[in-house]
Design a binder for this molecule. Structure first.
Ligand code: PMP
Length: 365
């Protein structure tokens, strides 16, 4: 069967080689006579799989030794609560940057635990850009600063890392919801206190959530924090406090190996830039389609665009589907189209989309 090009924002396309390897190993992992799904998480086979996945992720992101890597569940949405529960550490407020739908959800949840200072917002222009740091009003007494480096729905990406204020005991920790752009480019982990991400875009299947946390931030949770929401408990138990999402960790491990094999995150970034340019170059050259995001904040992962006449949306989607291009309908809060082109989307998929866009413009323009 021909594979289709799936532009879903998540769960999203996985590398074909990874799916093939998982298929080949499905019933009998490396001759052990069991599926990974059937293994005890405390057995030596699975412990080896998890340790290798962590080692490969550490290598890919060059994670410093004073950071813990946690393989959790609950999605990025649980992190909206876990961040304040673990990071307030006696303080009463946190700074949040509001750049769209996911920031808003993080803010709403944090408000249950502390007072939230919205240090910057792009609401004035319908969340179509990321406010530059000279527009931020940070508080040196904030417990942490939270931002969303890639807004999956609006297609707004930060191509710079915010600088934190000195708080008297070091810089205020920076917390990033990297759900939709982790592993798309190299990052300097040491600039962050916590990085978290749901797996279902660039990492692996839904159900796995990755947290990278600096060790000195562990151990001072809010009173009443459930054990399952305590970073330190997971860290002290090597993410095996309860049964971890074993199959998700295994698939993520295969993705990490493939990324390493393909030249690591610098190579991935170059490929992602080339891919995104195929679509943005065309969007810039036509008046028939329009991309609402500010040029300097264009996401390489999620590219929203509208048609000149929204009445043509359905016909556009139908024609796309006939070419095997699916999941292009924009989020209900934005409308129009959205092409999510995560790491595993081949450049030929983006080219096929542009071919459809050109043909459709010719027919209806
Ligand atoms: N943050 C961002 C940036 C996201 O894109 C998503 C999901 N699309 C979430 C948070 C929520 O993630 P989850 O469904 O894993 O809770």
């Amino acid at each position: 069967m021909e594979r289709i090009y799936n532009f879903s924002a998540g769960p999203a396309v996985l590398p074909q080689q990874v799916l093939e390897q998982a298929r080949d190993e499905l019933l009998n992992w490396q001759g052990c006579g069991m599926s990974v799904m059937e293994m005890s998480h405390r057995g030596k086979e699975f412990m080896g799989i998890a340790a290798q996945a962590e080692a490969d992720l550490r290598e890919l992101l060059a994670i410093p030794a004073n950071y813990k890597v946690l393989f959790l569940q609950g999605g990025a949405s649980s992190q909206f609560a876990m961040a304040p529960m673990n990071l307030l550490r006696g303080k009463k407020s946190a700074d949040y940057v509001n750049t769209g739908e996911w920031s808003k959800k993080a803010i709403k949840e944090a408000k249950k635990y502390c007072s939230v200072n919205v240090a910057a917002t792009s609401e004035d222009k319908n969340f179509s850009y990321a406010p530059t740091q000279d527009k931020w009003s940070l508080d040196a007494n904030a417990a942490y600063v939270h931002y969303t480096p890639n807004e999956t729905i609006g297609g707004v990406e930060f191509h710079w890392v915010p600088q934190m204020l000195e708080s008297g005991t070091g810089n205020v920790p920076l917390v990033a919801d990297m759900s939709s752009n982790i592993l798309s480019k190299p990052i300097d982990v040491s600039q962050y206190g916590v990085i978290y991400a749901g797996a279902q875009k660039n990492i692996g299947p839904a159900g796995l959530t990755i947290v990278i946390v600096r060790e000195d931030l562990l151990g001072e949770t809010l009173a009443g924090t459930p054990s399952m929401f305590d970073y330190k408990i997971h860290a002290d138990n090597d993410s095996m406090y309860n049964t971890p999402p074993t199959y998700g960790i295994y698939i993520a491990g295969l993705v990490f190996k493939l990324l390493k094999h393909n030249g690591g995150l610098a190579a991935m970034e170059a490929h992602n830039i080339a891919k995104a340019n195929v679509l943005y170059d065309y969007l810039d050259a036509t008046g028939f389609y329009h991309c609402p995001t500010a040029k300097e904040n264009r996401s390489r992962m999620n590219i929203p665009f509208t048609l000149k006449d929204a009445a043509l949306d359905e016909a556009f989607l139908k024609g796309a589907k006939e070419r095997g291009l699916v999941q292009l309908k924009g989020h209900r809060s934005v409308g129009g189209m959205r092409a999510s082109i995560y790491n595993a989307m081949p450049i030929d998929g983006v080219r096929a989309l542009v071919e459809h866009m050109k043909a459709f413009e010719k027919q209806h323009g």
